[in-house]
Design a protein around this ligand. Sequence first.
Ligand code: CA
Length: 220
Amino acid sequence: MTSKALGLDDSLQRYVLDVSLRETAVQRALREESDRHERAQMRTAADQAQFIALLLKLIDARRVLEIGTFTGYGSLTMAQALPADGHVITCDLNDEWTKTARKYWQQADVFHRIELRLGPALDTLDALLAAGESGRFDFAYIDADKTNMRTYYERCLKLVRAQGLIAIDNVLWGGSVINKADNDENTIAIRDFNASLHNDQRVDISLLPIGDGLTITRIR
Ligand code: CA
């Protein structure tokens, strides 16, 4: 045994999915359509989405905020995990991508639980704050443009209730966070965000090497 996380090659990753992934037919169809998309790498990994769905059940989440809809696999998975009166507000800029999302949300009969807000996510988050929604969300999932990661996180700290969770995706960025020669603005933003979170006493944290790296924070 080792104290280091086990690196998964393709066949071990396949095994993980074979013995644990529980997708509905609609989730699977959406995943397959998303994987044919030119920006397919933006889809949330299926095992990661299932883990998030489990977190929602663990905290009895009803109101969820998602920043970065893409083709809607994450929002579909989260909406399916919520109780009948559950609600997901999801933010994206791209009408084309979210058309795919809406089609599958309808097929899965969770369309009524998902509210898509098209436009800059910061505007949506500020509008929610202005509308008195502080502390009214149980969970937030941040998976959008990386240079705004920290700003999204700060807004979510206000919008999510105490003891609620904020999950942040792509915190390992394909491993490039440790490549000192990589000074791309996204890489720098993620590296800076990870470093600042380490000492952020407002939250409890755990960085999981699942998907492209997922940090879970729990608001104290
Ligand atoms: Ca992502």
